[in-house]
Write a protein that binds this ligand. Structure first.
Ligand code: AMP
Length: 422
């Protein structure tokens, strides 16, 4: 399948060529024809699958064809997305795929002064990409009217729920016209999201691509069992591997992220943190320093990192194991994007063992344990790990560097969490 077979107009095909896209991803191949037929869509997909283009391309085409005489007066498409980073990335996608069209879009999000956003709105836009809080705020102030919206996209619905935005989303939806095309995207479908989708969609077609549990299979994963106090040294140790060029490190807390950055800077590893306590500018700066290779390590909390789109990301490190197992899948999905290979390392201490088992259950995967590294978990933790198995142990070239010699704790084992449950 090529983009030529998707009935796309020439200016869009040209833009895709400029982007260097050769073939549509599965979600694009399946969703574009449905959306061009003006049908509602339920898309079960996470970032990294090409879902932004799957909705941006047909939206641009529909707006172009329906409104040849552009007035830019009323907003015709609304895209609601949970984070500023996602909003900015979606805006960049519309700019890229719409570069040969006369369709205007703008992006609005909180945490920055509203002046420039209001000015852009006043100039007139066809497509508005927004986070829910700022959208409601500007609607309440009378700067935005959504009564003429004909296409509504709810992006990352499950994340909206996680982040406590679901009521804001419902408030926005209440103001949308009844007659519209609705696109609903979510990586997971918890009951509340399922319910919301049925209230929003009418005769929708469903497209499901690489459900989270299988996305994880594209990424080479391994786990280091380690004492909490040794994680800092273990991180420095694994970063000796020169193959780790662009590394995204996840911590559970903002404070933890700042601490990891400080520890890395002490040993001359370039690192910056991205999390909710940082100003919007500081976050964008850290992200572009990372994307452009000025820093090697970006340390992030889950909410800040969701949707970070870095094409060349080689490694994800779970410095702390997430409590919610789906978060693990989202984290490691930051690497191995658009079919590229990626590597994810997890540092698991004794207290995190139960969380690790839960992850093994939802991914239904066997994740190799790295043996022979210099900071093995002390004996008390090791006895809680199940089923040693020789063949599943990985020995990385750097795993033995600086070995602690006499320590005999590195029994071979396999991390299967004591059973698969799918
Ligand atoms: P998304 O899932 O929308 O976050 O997209 C993930 C990444 O894949 C982005 O960096 C896109 O630029 C890239 N991408 C999307 N569609 C294609 C395609 N058909 N071919 C190559 N790369 C793509």
């Amino acid at each position: 399948m090529t983009f030529n077979e998707l009935n796309l107009i020439e200016p869009i095909l040209k833009a895709l060529e400029t982007e260097g896209y050769k073939t549509p991803t599965p979600i694009q191949e399946q969703s574009i024809p449905i959306l061009l037929k003006r049908k509602d869509l339920l898309g079960c997909a996470q970032t990294g699958t090409g879902k932004t283009a799957a909705f941006a391309i047909p939206i641009l085409q529909i707006l172009h064809e329906e409104h040849a005489e552009r007035t830019h007066k009323n907003i015709k498409t609304l895209i609601l997305t949970p984070t500023r980073e996602l909003a900015i990335q979606i805006g960049e996608s519309f700019a890229a795929y719409g570069r040969n069209l006369r369709i205007r879009h703008t992006v609005i999000f909180g945490g920055v002064p509203q002046g420039a956003q209001v000015q852009a709105l006043n100039r007139g836009v066809d497509i508005l990409i927004a986070t829910p809080g700022r959208l409601l705020d500007l609607m309440n102030q009378g700067y935005i009217n959504i009564k003429d919206i004909s296409i509504f996209v709810l992006d990352e619905a499950d994340r909206m729920l996680d982040m406590g935005f679901i009521h804001d989303v419902k408030r926005v939806v209440a103001k949308l016209p009844q007659k519209r095309q609705t696109l609903f995207f979510s990586a997971t479908m918890p009951p509340e999201i399922q319910k919301l989708s049925t209230t929003l969609l009418h005769n929708a077609e469903t497209v499901t691509v690489t459900p989270p549990a299988t996305t994880a299979e594209l990424v080479e994963q391994s786990v280091y069992f380690v004492d909490k106090k040794d994680k800092r040294q273990l991180l420095t140790h694994v970063l000796r591997d020169p193959a780790m060029k662009m590394v995204l490190v996840f911590t559970r807390t903002k404070h933890g992220a700042d601490k990891v950055v400080k520890d890395l800077q002490k040993v001359d590893i370039t690192a910056e943190a991205i999390h909710g306590n940082k100003s919007q500018n500081a976050r964008q700066r850290a992200l572009s320093n990372f994307k452009e290779g000025r820093i090697r390590v970006l340390v992030a909390t889950d909410i800040a990192a969701r949707g970070i789109d870095v094409d060349l990301l080689s490694h994800v490190i779970n410095y702390e194991i997430p409590e919610v197992p789906e978060t693990y899948v989202h984290r490691i999905g930051r690497t191995g994007r658009a079919g590229a290979s990626g590597t994810a390392l997890s540092f698991c201490d004794e207290e995190e063992m139960q969380d690790w088992r839960n992850i093994l259950k939802i991914t239904a995967q066997k994740i190799p344990v790295v043996e022979g590294h210099p900071y093995p978990m002390s004996q008390s933790g090791q006895i809680t790990i199940n089923l040693p198995k020789n063949k599943d142990v990985v020995r990385r070239p750097n795993a033995v560097a600086g070995s602690n010699g006499g320590n005999n704790n590195n029994r071979r084992r396999f991390s299967n969490g004591g059973g698969r449950a799918r």
